[in-house]
Design a protein around this ligand. Structure first.
Ligand SMILES: CC(C)(COP(=O)(O)OP(=O)(O)OC[C@H]1O[C@@H](n2cnc3c(N)ncnc32)[C@H](O)[C@@H]1OP(=O)(O)O)[C@@H](O)C(=O)NCCC(=O)NCCS
Length: 181
């Protein structure tokens, strides 16, 4: 995984958010985090109990990323608790490695105080620092807050995949959005 300097950001509620790359010891915290956000949001690619990651797998994942300069993960921490996770993951093939795919989530208790903006800015700063030229993402068509956040950060809609997600016997389109750096 690419490394990027740790930073702190003052949130709208006056609390300081620490943003850094994950460490080996964060594995269990990440498993717990995924369990929590999968309960709180219907806008992720996994629901409650659908994430396959155990602590050991999470440890391996963190380790495997260490040697991959085309991937970065950022965890947002308050008082030792992971409250947000974002990542960019890109291929290493020369024709594709200028771009990466973004993922982002924030614990519900912390929505709308600037956490998503801060994590996204951190990832964009990293992408620029390694001369990436494009960030892509997919967002569920009815995820209005996420779409608003991405548009605020400069992302533009580039296309739609019909029946991109299937939740509780209903299909949702996925919107492709992109940011040129
Ligand atoms: C989408 C998500 C990442 C946004 O994170 P966040 O920390 O709440 O975002 P921010 O507080 O930085 O807000 C970003 C922008 O979104 C909009 N927004 C977010 N929450 C909002 C709310 N409750 N009401 C109105 N606008 C809202 C605003 O435009 C805001 O920017 P502004 O405050 O400068 O006007 C978060 O809600 C989340 O994790 N949701 C569940 C998982 C998910 O949907 N992930 C994205 C998958 S593509």
């Amino acid at each position: 995984m690419a490394k990027y300097p740790t930073t702190t950001v003052l949130l709208k509620n006056g609390i300081k958010l620490l943003i850094r790359n994950p460490k080996h010891e964060d594995a269990q915290l990440l498993v717990d985090y995924i369990q929590q956000v999968s309960k709180e949001s219907n806008n992720l690619s996994f629901g409650l109990g659908e994430s396959p990651f155990t602590k050991e797998q999470e440890e391996k994942y963190i380790e495997s990323m260490k040697n991959d300069p085309h991937r970065i993960m950022a965890v947002g921490i308050v008082d030792g608790e992971i409250i947000a996770v974002g990542d960019i993951s890109g291929p290493s093939l020369p024709r594709l490695r200028h771009s990466g795919d973004l993922g982002l989530s924030v614990k519900k208790l912390w929505w709308n105080v600037g956490v998503g903006t801060a994590i996204l800015q951190y990832l964009i700063d990293w992408a620029k620092s390694v001369e990436k030229e494009k960030i892509n993402l997919q967002v569920k068509e009815d995820n209005a807050y996420a779409i608003k956040l991405y548009e605020k950060m400069g992302f533009k809609e580039e296309g739609r995949i019909s029946r991109g997600m299937y939740i509780n016997e209903k299909f949702y389109a996925l919107i492709w959005m992109g940011l040129q750096l």
